[in-house]
Design a protein around this ligand. Structure first.
Ligand code: PLP
Length: 380
């Protein structure tokens, strides 16, 4: 791609950007009376304008129907998770039954590990990337402890080679093979939150399966960032949040993926609640848990309707824009940022770009590392 480091060039790119109208669908914070340039969507996505009405609709539903809102109106609360399944499935490349929105991210990571981390004395290790998001580190550490293992032994971290910030796929696969039949679970992020590296999910999944382990992924920085094919890649399970790339508001709900080969196995252990129970029987209030088919069988509690409503409004925008179109734009925009940063750095190196240079090995992120002045250095 041909780039120029001028305002005219950037404005010309903008003018012929088919994604451009979507900018007007979001509320930008103001600074000195002008909308900010927002580079923090990886932490909290901007508010889609449609969220306000979506919340009002559910408040009206509550006001109009009170408890009958579970069964009446355009989107009865009883079935609310179904109104998010097609969009979620599309975003992560899954069948509708393989996904469900529920709870929050770290909670779901633990719930998935109840089903997919069942260590034995022989097979108990978890392989993960070094420098994973702290919540995931704490989850792995405490899961290992909960099952009576020493995390220092049970949790194996794959670290970058000296002088590098990112992982070689071969190194990841080697570590999985080295620990072989001691590996219970390979648990990676999709895109690492810090370096922006997009791991080779199909290769990691194949290697995990080859040693008889499960492969799980935390897609907090991946879902809504780039297209995924979780079903075809044969991933066992995945979890993600909705408030970062997916713009669904602070504390927004989480999504889970459970591959259909597990989702249709009622024998798979899980921590159950009434919302995962056979829908037709749910309000009979009887003993004996019968899980719903697919990921829905992992639901515990009734849906957090207001949070789900905001999520639905945001997902509608993703469906309208299309994740493949967003990826095209993201590849161009990220490459342009890289080009600008390299220009800034040319004469007097101020920082190091630690995100992989290969566009296929990253999402819409460029991480820079500077040994001095950090946040306050100015590139103008
Ligand atoms: C943001 C993030 C979390 C945060 O989890 P919550 O339970 O939603 O607070 C956990 N893991 C990863 C990888 C994240 O990026």
């Amino acid at each position: 791609m041909h780039f120029e480091d001028t305002l005219e060039f950037a404005l010309a790119m903008d003018a012929r950007d088919p994604m451009r109208p979507y900018r007007a669908e979001f509320i930008f914070p103001q600074h000195d009376g002008r909308p900010v340039l927002y580079f923090c969507g990886n932490s909290l996505g901007l508010q889609p304008k449609a969220v306000r009405q979506a919340l009002m609709d559910e408040l009206d539903q509550w006001g109009t129907h009170a408890v009958e809102g579970h069964f009446r109106g355009e989107r009865p609360w009883m079935y609310y998770h179904k109104f998010l399944q097609p969009q979620s499935a599309d975003l992560v490349g899954a069948k509708e039954q393989e996904v469900v929105v529920m709870n929050t991210l770290t909670t779901n990571l633990h719930l998935m590990m109840v089903s997919f981390y069942r260590p034995t004395q022989q097979r108990y290790k978890i392989i993960m990337e070094a420098g994973a998001f702290p919540s995931d580190q704490y989850a792995m550490e405490t899961q290992a402890r909960y099952h009576g293992f020493d995390p220092a032994d049970a949790v194996v971290e794959v670290a970058p080679k000296a002088g590098s910030h990112t992982l070689e796929t071969d190194d990841i696969l080697d570590v999985i093979r080295q620990h072989g039949d001691q590996v219970a679970l390979v648990m990676f992020s999709g895109v690492n939150y810090y370096t922006g590296q997009f791991y080779d999910i199909p290769a990691i999944t194949r290697a995990a399966h080859a040693v008889g382990a499960y492969a799980g992924f935390d897609l907090a920085h991946t879902a809504g960032n780039l297209p995924l094919q979780l079903h075809d890649w044969n991933v066992d399970f995945a979890v993600w949040c909705s408030y970062k790339y997916l713009n669904s508001g602070p504390g927004g709900p989480s999504g889970i993926f459970v591959h259909e080969r597990h989702g249709h196995n009622p024998e798979l252990p899980r921590f159950a609640g009434w919302w995962g129970h056979n829908e037709a029987e749910r309000f009979k209030m009887r003993k004996g848990f019968q899980p719903m088919e697919g990921a829905a069988g992992w639901q515990m509690s009734n849906a957090q309707i207001l949070a789900f409503a905001a999520h639905r409004a945001s997902l509608d925008l993703f469906m309208a824009a299309g994740i493949d179109n967003l990826r095209v734009k993201s590849l161009a925009l990220t490459a342009y940022l890289e080009f600008i940063l390299e220009n800034v750095n040319r004469d007097r190196p101020l920082f190091e770009i630690i995100t992989p240079r290969d566009p296929e090995a990253r999402g819409c992120q460029i991480s820079t590392l500077t040994d001095q002045r950090g946040k306050i250095f100015s590139i103008t």
